[in-house]
Design a binder for this molecule. Structure first.
Ligand SMILES: *[C@@H]1O[C@H](CO)[C@@H](O)[C@H](O)[C@H]1NC(C)=O
Ligand SMILES: *[C@@H]1O[C@H](CO)[C@@H](O)[C@H](O)[C@H]1NC(C)=O
Length: 333
């Protein structure tokens, strides 16, 4: 989801480089380096490249990193890392499902890695999950190589479609209790920009939510110096839904906080005891990161960012988008 540039690997992934023997690749990268901003880089030591392939849309790489375990990269952009992906995926999925009175059907925009489906399927009430990712090869790659998501990929409640998320939603007659945006950040020329616009929320998301339905989207970096996209998505969603909550969490492998925006036209009740009871009753197994108290506290945002967010006037449209740093390659994860 974070835009980045992998200098060590990009050398290897010029279009026709996928024919390089993997042995050759194994010896090369020592450090994975990601450009977070024009003036900021983040790098971590790599043991080896575990798997690498190129799809119609993007380069797909699984690295074994020293600090963060296995790390999935799309076009050199870190998508998630074994050691801390639970922070991002629990935060994306569980608040929305717990705040819904009885979620049975879920639509995931993106999410090809399978972790969002995995977290969703922990809810006993779930009958059907539709995951819509544009890249079949990412899904097959993750199905083959991410052991932790193998059960989710085999679950008969999971229906995978390969399409742009807008077309995927528009093409279905049914409505969903919860719609989840597990998309890459909006960036210049990026493939997901239309999935963050006011008109998309109004004309596509809202009509596809069932009564009391809840929408949640990842909303990019949420740090003091990096919250511009987050603030804009928050303000945009506020123009479309009656009740909107923003919340954040620090994700070590992103070297920043991540933000989410959750919305409904039905009042949202945030109560720590109530959430704890629901986690106990509805979720199979233990959550590692979230409990009632932390879900509530993650919605409390420090004054610096809160003031900027409350004062935000930018509305995200196709003509007037706001971008995170990035190269703008095709990919919907
Ligand atoms: C202030 O809040 C934002 C959003 O929650 C967070 O990303 C940031 O890290 C916070 N700042 C500090 C210094 O903790
Ligand atoms: C936000 O808006 C309030 C009220 O209009 C104003 O007093 C404050 O200075 C603004 N803060 C920022 C950071 O723009």
């Amino acid at each position: 989801m974070f835009s980045s540039f992998c200098s060590a690997l990009s050398v290897l992934f010029i279009p026709n480089s996928s024919s390089l023997p993997l042995d050759h690749i194994h010896q090369l990268p020592q450090w994975f380096e990601e450009e977070l901003e024009d003036d900021l880089k983040w790098s971590f030591a790599v043991n080896r490249v575990l798997h690498a392939t190129t799809s119609e849309f993007q380069d797909i790489v699984l690295l074994d990193t020293k600090r963060f375990g296995k790390a999935l990269l799309l076009d050199g952009k870190l998508q998630s890392a074994e050691k801390d992906e639970f922070i991002y995926h629990e935060s994306l999925v569980h608040p929305a499902l717990l705040l819904h009175h009885n979620p049975k059907t879920v639509f995931i925009m993106g999410g090809g890695e399978g972790s969002t489906a995995r977290e969703t399927l922990k809810h006993k009430s779930i009958e059907k999950v539709v995951m819509c990712d544009i890249d079949r090869d990412v899904v097959n790659f993750c199905r083959a190589h991410l052991k932790e998501n193998q059960d989710a990929f085999q679950d008969e409640k999971l229906h995978i479609i390969f399409d742009d998320a807008k077309a995927g939603l528009e093409g279905r007659a049914e409505k969903f209790d919860v719609i989840i945006g597990d998309l890459s950040d909006p960036h210049e020329g990026g493939p997901c920009n239309h999935l963050y616009t006011k008109s998309f929320y109004e004309d596509v998301i809202k009509p596809k939510l069932s009564d009391n339905g809840i929408f949640v989207t990842q909303a990019g970096p949420a740090g003091i110096l990096s919250h511009k996209v987050f603030s804009s998505i928050y303000n945009t969603v506020k123009h479309v839904f009656k009740y909107v909550i923003a919340y954040t969490a620090h994700v070590p492998s992103y070297a920043d906080s991540c933000g989410w925006v959750l919305a409904s036209d039905h009042p949202i009740r945030l109560d720590k005891e109530d959430l704890n009871n629901k986690i106990h009753e509805r979720v199979r197994g233990e959550l590692r990161y979230l409990d009632g108290a932390f879900i509530v506290s993650s919605t409390v945002i420090n004054k610096t960012i809160r003031t900027l967010m409350m004062n935000e006037t930018h509305v995200f449209t196709e003509e007037d988008a706001r971008f995170a740093h990035g190269r703008g390659l095709v990919g919907n994860a």
